[in-house]
Design a protein around this ligand. Structure first.
Ligand SMILES: Nc1ncnc2c1ncn2[C@@H]1O[C@H](COP(=O)(O)OP(=O)(O)OP(=O)(O)O)[C@@H](O)[C@H]1O
Ligand SMILES: [Mg+2]
Length: 265
């Protein structure tokens, strides 16, 4: 079965009251954000999606695929599971070198041309992270940002999962706006749990959570799309400042002012 659409039917918030968003669907090509304060239930919502909740989790939500109940193979056969979850706290347990790990995964997935798929995965991962991932390094030696970048690239390119859930990638030293632009080229459903305004506004719509419940669904309007173009420039400027500090240079007033001068608004 090809996943075209996934639907979340609402349940209950932490206090047992019904969710205001009764239902929402995501189709292939959609980018969706889940936003809200700490502890409001964002991770719980994407876990419900990953678990294919069927009124059997504390939230009482239900997930359906292509308007049908989720097929049993999706639930019980890991090879058929169409969802990849990049969680908030990810660590590799394997100390295999990166290339070997990717080769094993590509082989298990039946990739025809493992070598080129691994090259694509690594170059994708390296566009996401500031510090290049070398193919001979052990997985356990990767930094947090490198680990997340490799997991995202692995899920997108090798795993070929149609649905990818990402929990707060912004704190991992990933170039987030670039990541979104790269991801948009792949026809999938991406769900971002995020506190980042750029990621939220680059999404097609966002779900606002409050007290464990889906409170609002806000489609990104044209005005917000205009704002995000400007915000990306500020974001790039902040990333440059970060790079200056990271590389041990001084962030002088002239470096600071020059950065402002290149803004186009
Ligand atoms: N609908 C719900 N019904 C019952 N409990 C819930 C519900 N939603 C969330 N919770 C509980 O609330 C707690 C916080 O939820 P969660 O970890 O999902 O928040 P979060 O928004 O991801 O927070 P953070 O931003 O800190 O990562 C968890 O213990 C979770 O089990
Ligand atoms: Mg969370």
């Amino acid at each position: 079965m090809n996943v075209e659409k996934i639907t979340v039917s609402g349940g209950y918030g932490k206090d047992g009251s019904e969710e205001k968003v009764k239902e929402f669907s995501m189709s292939v090509g959609d980018i969706v954000s889940i936003v809200g304060p700490t502890g409001c239930g964002k991770t719980t919502l994407i876990n419900d999606i990953e678990l294919f909740a069927n009124r059997n989790t504390p939230s009482g939500r239900r997930i359906s695929i292509n308007d049908e109940p989720v097929p049993e193979d999706f639930i019980f056969d890991p090879a058929d599971h169409p969802i990849a979850l990049i969680s908030q706290h990810t660590n590799f347990l394997s100390d295999l070198p990166v290339e070997e790990f990717l080769t094993i995964h590509a082989t298990v997935r039946g990739a025809r041309d493992a070598e080129s798929i691994i090259t694509e995965t690594l170059s994708f991962a390296n566009e996401l992270t500031g510090e290049a991932i070398l193919k001979d390094i052990a997985m356990t030696e990767l930094s947090g940002g490198q680990t997340r970048s490799l997991l995202i690239a692995d899920a997108v390119v090798i795993g070929n999962s149609p649905i990818i859930l990402l929990d707060e990638i912004e704190n991992a030293g990933i170039h987030r706006t670039k990541a979104l632009e790269l991801l948009k080229k792949y026809k999938k459903i991406f769900v971002f749990v995020t506190h980042d305004p750029c990621i939220a506004l680059m999404s097609d719509f966002r779900i606002v959570m409050k007290n464990g419940a889906m409170q609002h669904l806000i489609p990104t309007c044209q005005e917000e799309k205009n704002v995000v173009g400007k915000m990306k420039q500020i974001d790039d400027m902040m990333l440059n400042f970060r790079q200056v500090i990271r590389s041990g240079d001084e962030l002088t007033e002239s470096v600071f002012n020059d950065s402002f001068n290149v803004l186009t608004f």
